[in-house]
Design a protein around this ligand. Structure first.
Ligand code: WTA
Length: 701
């Protein structure tokens, strides 16, 4: 319990309730100029997507695709909640993203690749070139014996060969599982094992912050890790960052490692017919963190997913074929899959792909790229906005680009950062769409339709057409709009972009997303299966949602999901450590970062070397993004009498808050010891309420 901020309110208002009491921001309106050109500007669109028109309303999305054979059933619920969209139809994602544009757009750029070194020239890939390269790569994969339904793991950076490889897989119906390039070799290895991939596709090197990273080294670790877990990798296929030159120091392994650029020569000019896949065939896996230590392989299917990202790219991102669109996300995350590769290409977009760090070599880089290439749609995350603002608040003014539309995704954006994005980056000309969604949902859920709804800083907006949102409290009661109360945000209905299952773990899928609010596990009626997203949210009186963050022990670091348990397991690989507890801490730039508390085994001396090894373990097991802000060695963890670590108490300490009443703990004295170690001898804790995700942290244990 915390103090009420308003004397007129009940004094026993919960922290979560206080966290949602902030001033509602003023609206900003989209310009007439934007509205006049927008793909979707008719407010009556929402009449076509009312709940009584479900699921047939989504035929409109499927109609944006080219089907080899028409589907017979829009939504098959017979195996609820494993939804099957557009059943009976035949389709191919590679055909829809490439082949079907050749007549009209063959010589138009599909991708403009911008290397990180500013001295290197852009690489323009037209739709014709994309078609040729995807076909040759598909022929190569086919030549290696890969076929529909096989899984392969990709561990690639932001180079054009990544979408080319994905589309080559999609052409054959091979299920790709791209692991974010910044993840470690070990993290990649465990995902290879989970998906039982026999082939790993990687790159020799790529530029990041001025360094040519030896990425091949990670492949060797990945293969070793997978083998230890019981999965053999037969082939490691390596793209060269500089074709014809091998950029890595790590040697090739004979018989296993193959340079793709060499092997491709055999397939020059070869064409591969796109496989006509069932609408509900799997397209890809994307591993994402959850409550347990094991990442989940989120499975997306061809027809539904592609229909959803195509329609939302058109209506929400407002991509027209003559726009120049730039999404600064990494294709290794869901945003890149949906809104760099599949959605934009299905709309015949021209898309900028940037290899490196946005602030390299300085905070003017994105605006120089935008000016030079005439980018008019810009898509990024709050972390990048905060970083660019901090390092170069005046930079955007120096460049003569004009955005018509901008997006933010991945984390809640605070109104102050939103304002800078709107005023300075968008020059008050561009609309901002704050798109809330997640790996599991394939595409946007909570958003404005930019030509229809006004913007409200800090709120994602109402919802995309056909997405019917509800907020439930812990007991399953609906939390009304304008009540000022927070709850678990859920979607009442399935939609085409929804995940199909967790790879190899049907039970976990049902339990994680439906376990809390489904009352009849045997029901075949979609109305009985609200999808629990895992975020806390509050709905204002005007119907706009404000997302408060994860409520399931996932830490959203700079828009990247990391599981608390994954970080703790990484810490425990250091032999001197008896116990580890990880908590999220508010960070000015990254939103949240992990802090680690460790207790050592008896007889081990506390010292900087142990701390260094914990940091190294996180980088090796997960990747640099899991680097903890601080590592504290504590005499003991605060525990309940039954021995459970009270992560919430640690989270309060790390976030400079009052720990509250700890007298019921088994070892209350240790709390004060830890507090003074972290916060200093003097009590300096603030009385401000914790943000919802941190306040809720540790409750799912
Ligand atoms: C958070 C990224 C607030 C949220 C697309 C969600 C957001 C998690 C927003 C999913 C937003 C994403 N406002 N929070 N506009 N977008 N999130 O799976 O907590 O990497 O659950 O997908 O990011 O992260 P994921």
């Amino acid at each position: 319990m915390a103090r009420a901020t308003n004397p007129n309110e009940l004094t026993d208002v919960s922290e979560a309730q206080i966290a949602v009491h902030w001033r509602e921001e003023e609206y900003e309106q989209p310009s007439e100029k934007f509205k006049a050109q927008a793909n979707m500007r008719d407010p009556r669109v929402f009449d076509r997507f009312t709940p009584d028109k479900f699921p047939d309303c989504f035929k409109e999305y499927a109609a944006m695709l080219t089907w080899f054979e028409p589907y017979k059933t829009v939504l098959d619920t017979s195996d609820a909640p494993f939804w099957k969209w557009f059943v009976g139809g035949k389709i191919n994602a590679s055909y829809n993203c490439v082949d079907r544009h050749l007549d009209k757009y063959r010589s138009k750029a599909a991708f403009i690749f911008v290397p990180e070194p500013e001295s290197e020239r852009d690489v323009v890939i037209t739709y014709q070139e994309l078609y040729d390269r995807v076909n040759e790569m598909a022929a190569l994969l086919k030549g290696l014996g890969l076929k529909t339904g096989d899984r392969i793991t990709l561990h690639m950076p932001m180079i054009p060969e990544l979408p080319i490889t994905m589309l080559a897989c999609a052409r054959l119906g091979v299920i790709h599982s791209q692991v974010f390039g910044g993840f470690s070799g070990q993290a990649c290895g465990s995902r290879i094992h989970d998906s039982s991939s026999r082939v790993l596709i990687t790159t020799d090197g790529y530029w990041r912050n001025g360094t040519l990273v030896d990425h091949k080294a990670n492949a060797d670790i990945a293969v070793r890790t997978a083998k230890e877990l019981g999965q053999d990798v037969d082939k490691v296929l390596i793209w060269q960052r500089y074709p014809g030159n091998y950029s890595a120091k790590t040697p090739l392994v004979a018989g296993r490692d193959v340079i793709i650029n060499d092997l491709l020569k055999q397939y020059k000019g070869t064409k591969v017919e796109p496989v006509a896949l069932p609408g509900e065939a799997p397209l890809f896996l994307m591993y994402s963190s959850g409550t347990t230590g094991k990442p989940k392989g989120v499975q997306h299917g061809v027809g539904g997913y592609l229909a959803y990202v195509t329609a939302t790219s058109k209506w929400i991102l407002d991509i027209h074929p003559d726009d120049v669109y730039w999404c600064m996300a990494d294709i290794g995350w869901i945003t890149g899959h949906s809104y760099i590769v599949y959605g934009p290409l299905a709309n015949a977009a021209t898309s900028v792909m940037y290899e490196g760090v946005p602030t390299f070599p300085d905070a003017g880089r994105p605006w120089r790229i935008a000016e030079r290439l005439g980018v008019n749609i810009f898509h990024t995350a709050p972390t990048a906005i905060r970083m660019l603002r901090k390092l170069g608040p005046e930079e955007p003014r120096k460049y003569k680009y004009h955005f018509k539309s901008m997006t933010t995704v991945g984390e809640p954006i605070e109104p102050e950062a939103w304002r800078w994005y709107f005023d300075e980056v968008g020059k008050r000309e561009a609309v901002i769409t704050d798109t809330w969604w997640m790996t599991e949902t394939g595409g946007f859920l909570g958003t404005t339709v930019p030509a229809i709804h006004p913007m409200k800083p800090g709120s994602c907006g109402p919802a995309a057409p056909g997405i019917h949102i509800v907020i439930y409290d812990e007991t399953g009661q609906e939390v009304g709009k304008g009540s000022g109360r927070a709850g678990n945000i859920c979607i009442r209905n399935p939609w085409p972009g929804i995940m199909q299952t967790i790879w190899g773990d049907r039970d976990r899928y049902v339990k994680t997303y439906f376990g809390k609010y489904n009352k009849n596990p045997r029901s075949k009626d979609w109305r009985d299966w609200p999808f629990m997203c895992g975020d806390g949210a509050v709905q204002a009186a005007d119907g706009y949602y404000r997302i408060l963050g994860r409520v399931d022990d996932v830490i959203n670091v700079a828009g990247h999901r990391l599981g608390t348990k994954e970080i703790e397991s990484a810490c425990l690989t250091v032999p001197e450590i008896a116990e580890a507890a990880v908590v999220p801490v508010q960070d000015e730039l990254k939103g949240r970062v992990p802090e680690v508390y460790i207790a050592l085994k008896p007889g081990v001396k506390a010292g900087q070397d142990v701390i260094d090894r914990v940091i190294k373990a996180n980088e090796e097991v997960i990747g640099k993004i899991a680097r903890p802000k601080h590592v504290y060695i504590v005499p003991d963890m605060p525990k309940t009498r039954s021995g459970k670590i009270m992560r919430r108490v640690l989270a309060a300490i790390s976030n400079r808050r009052d720990v509250g009443d700890v007298t019921t703990l088994a070892n209350p004295d240790v709390v004060e010891q830890i507090r003074s170690m972290v916060q200093g001898k003097e009590k300096m804790a603030t009385q401000d309420a914790l943000p919802e995700d941190i306040a809720k942290f540790g409750q799912t244990e």
